[in-house]
Design a protein around this ligand. Structure first.
Ligand SMILES: [Zn+2]
Length: 286
């Protein structure tokens, strides 16, 4: 297994630039709508005409990939990736202890290999009822230009590993390195999961990213619906201090911490489309 920190570091170091220049696809749905699964709709009928009514919710979906929740509410999501690593320690218990003590609903994207190598730590996370465990692949390879079979194997093998330890993951999948190959969205939905990246990457695997820098950027970038990406596999250098400072700050500003599945639910994004997979998911919420 190759060391992953280099890739994560490079990836995250450009995230803030990427988000400045990226024009998100903003979708509009209706608060209070019971949004039907597209499996229930005729082919190609999931258009904005089906979804606009009443109060608008602005959610970020790009090419069928979930970026952020509603910009009209006050929920934000803290997320932590648990990528496999050969380095030790491979876990940051002080982060988890703090989040549990402060009762912060949190989503952990867990790779299968990390869970298998750190089963005691994995069980430590899963015992907290307001923590959510989602998928982060299994072997954690780069997925750029890869085949649908490789994507499917990452999802299914990762899921099997977590099930083998007694955890049924929430059907959300964060691709390793945030790679978004063309086949990602449709393949993920074939597997019954929703691909999720985020809109605020604080770059915590970079040792030059101090807590002061990350807090400054978080204050600049976080807004309602934001999905904040950090690491809890020991590869985040100033992550714990940053979290301890940001949680009370954002609560003071009126934000409520929620799990990613809560943000997804507010956007009425169906996650279990296993039937109507020929339809372009990008069309769902434009
Ligand atoms: Zn990762």
């Amino acid at each position: 297994m190759k060391s992953l920190i280099g890739g994560d570091l490079t990836r995250h170091s450009i995230l803030h630039i990427a988000y400045i220049i990226t024009i998100f696809t903003v979708c509009t749905t209706a608060r209070g709508d019971v949004f039907p699964s597209c499996a229930d709709l005729p082919q190609g009928k999931c258009s904005k005409e089906d979804s606009i009514a009443g109060q608008e919710i602005r959610c970020g979906i790009q090419n069928g990939i979930f970026l952020h929740g509603s910009r009209r509410g006050n929920q934000i999501a803290l997320t932590f990736d648990l990528c496999p690593t050969n380095l030790l320690p491979a876990f940051a218990p002080e982060i988890v202890d703090y989040l549990e003590r402060e009762r912060v609903p949190t989503t952990f994207f867990v790779s299968g290999q990390w869970a298998e190598s750190n089963s005691a730590e994995f069980r430590r996370i899963k015992q907290v009822p307001f923590f959510e465990i989602a998928l982060h692949g299994h072997r954690h390879p780069r997925l750029v230009n890869t085949s649908a079979e490789t994507i499917r194997a990452e999802i299914e093998d990762g899921k099997a590993a977590l099930l083998g330890i007694g955890v049924t993951p929430t059907p959300l999948f964060r691709p390793p390195y945030w790679d978004q190959p063309p086949a990602l969205s449709v393949t993920a939905r074939q597997c019954g999961v929703l691909p999720v990246v985020g809109d605020v990457g604080l770059g915590d695997p970079d040792p030059h990213r101090t807590s002061d820098i990350m807090e400054r950027d978080a204050i600049r970038w976080v807004q309602a619906g934001s999905v904040i990406v950090l690491h809890a596999n020991g590869r985040g250098y100033a992550t714990a201090e940053t979290v301890r400072n940001l949680v009370p700050l954002f609560r003071q500003r009126g934000y409520i911490f929620a799990r990613v599945s809560d943000l997804v639910a507010e956007c009425r994004v169906p996650t279990m489309e296993t039937q109507d997979i020929d339809m372009n998911p990008h069309m769902l919420y434009q």
